[in-house]
Design a protein around this ligand. Structure first.
Ligand code: G1P
Length: 299
C-alpha cells in the first residue's frame, strides 16, 4: 500500500462571510490565538506524516505563499536582538525547501474543480485533502487517525461527524454501512441534501484520503449543488469501483468559515494553552457578567 505523503489545501475561496476583513486578508490567514487558521490545518497534516503541502490558491492569496516562505529580514532582526524563542518557533513551522507547492484555481467553479487543479502536483498516488475552514482539536489529530484507518482498509477514507437532522442541507452527507475498524463503510453520499433526502446525519467534515482515480472523474464532472463542480459527486462516482470508509472524528471541530465557529475556535485554542488559559477564563467571566447587546454594535 502506498503511503499518503501529499496533502491538498483548497484555499481559493473568497471568504465573503468575513467581509470586510477578507477584502485584504485571505480567510485562511485570520488569526486563531496567535497563528493563522491555515497553520493549524498544516500542523494536523504534518502530524499525520504528510511531507508535501499543495495549496490551491486564487487571486489575492499571495500572502499565504509569503507566510510559508522564510522572511530573511525578520529572522536577521530577531537574531540581532537575541530573540531565540521566536526564531526557534519560526524555524519549526518552516516547511523544508521544495515541500510546499502552489497552484491557482483560475475560476471559482467549486471544490471538485479546486481539487482537480492539483492533479499534476499530486500525480498517481493516494493523497489527503484538508479543508482549511474546519480546524480540529484533539489529542491525536483527525488526519492521523484517518491514516491509521486507511492502513487497515485501503481505498478511500473520509472524516465524518453527526449533525442535527435539520442541518444536513449545509454539508455533504454519507450513508452508514457496516463497521470497519473504528469507522464504518459508506453506502452513499449526497451534497447538501434536504433533511428528508439525507441518508443519515453524518456530515463530511472536511478531511479526505482519496485515490488518484478521482482526478479523471473530476475532469468531466458536471456541476451539482449550488451550480458548482462538487467533490462529493465525484467521490460518489469513484465509489462505484472503490471502497469508501468513514472515520467518525471524536474531537472538537470548529467551522472557521462562520463567525461563531471562528470565535469559538479562538476561545477553545486559548483554553487549550496553559500559558494564557487562566487569564482568558478570568477575562471571559468578567465579560459575560458585564457586556450586554448594544444598539450601536457594528453588524
Ligand atoms: C464542503 C463540502 C461538503 C462538506 C463541507 C465541510 O462544502 O462540499 O461536502 O460537508 O465542505 O465544511 P462547503 O462548506 O464548501 O460548502
Amino acid at each position: 500500500m502506498q503511503k499518503v505523503r501529499k496533502a491538498v489545501f483548497p484555499v481559493a475561496g473568497l471568504g465573503t462571510r468575513f467581509l470586510p476583513a477578507t477584502k485584504a486578508i485571505p480567510k485562511e490567514m485570520l488569526t486563531v490565538v496567535d497563528r493563522p487558521v491555515i497553520q493549524y490545518v498544516v500542523d494536523e497534516a504534518q502530524e499525520a506524516g504528510i511531507d508535501h503541502l499543495i495549496f490551491v490558491t486564487g487571486r489575492n492569496k499571495g500572502v499565504i505563499e509569503d507566510y510559508f516562505d522564510i522572511q530573511v529580514e525578520l529572522s536577521n532582526t530577531l537574531a540581532e536582538r537575541g530573540k531565540s524563542v521566536e526564531l526557534k518557533l519560526l524555524d519549526e513551522l518552516q516547511p523544508k525547501p521544495g515541500t510546499a507547492s502552489f497552484t491557482r484555481q483560475q475560476a471559482p467553479l467549486g471544490l471538485g474543480h479546486a481539487i482537480w487543479c492539483a492533479r499534476d502536483l499530486v500525480g498517481n498516488e493516494p493523497f489527503a485533502i484538508l479543508l482549511p475552514d474546519m480546524i480540529m482539536q484533539a489529542e491525536k489529530g483527525c488526519l492521523a487517525e484517518m491514516v491509521a484507518l486507511y492502513e487497515k482498509t485501503g481505498g478511500n477514507v473520509i472524516s465524518v461527524e453527526q449533525c442535527a437532522p435539520e442541518e444536513t442541507h449545509k454539508y455533504g452527507i454519507v450513508g452508514k454501512g457496516d463497521a470497519v475498524g473504528n469507522g464504518f463503510k459508506i453506502t452513499s453520499m449526497v451534497e447538501k441534501p434536504a433533511p428528508e433526502k439525507a441518508p443519515s446525519n453524518y456530515l463530511i467534515s472536511g478531511r479526505y484520503i482519496l485515490q488518484p482515480e478521482i482526478f479523471d472523474i473530476l475532469a468531466t464532472q458536471e456541476r451539482g449543488a449550488g451550480n458548482e463542480i462538487q467533490l462529493t459527486d465525484g467521490m460518489l462516482k469513484l465509489a462505484e469501483t472503490q471502497d469508501f470508509a468513514a472515520y467518525p472524528f471524536t474531537g472538537r471541530t470548529f467551522d472557521c468559515g462562520s463567525k461563531e465557529g471562528f470565535i469559538e475556535a479562538n476561545v477553545a485554542f486559548a483554553l487549550w494553552r496553559p500559558d494564557i488559559r487562566e487569564k482568558v477564563i478570568g477575562n471571559m467571566e468578567k465579560l459575560l457578567k458585564t457586556v450586554e447587546p448594544a444598539d450601536n454594535a457594528v453588524i
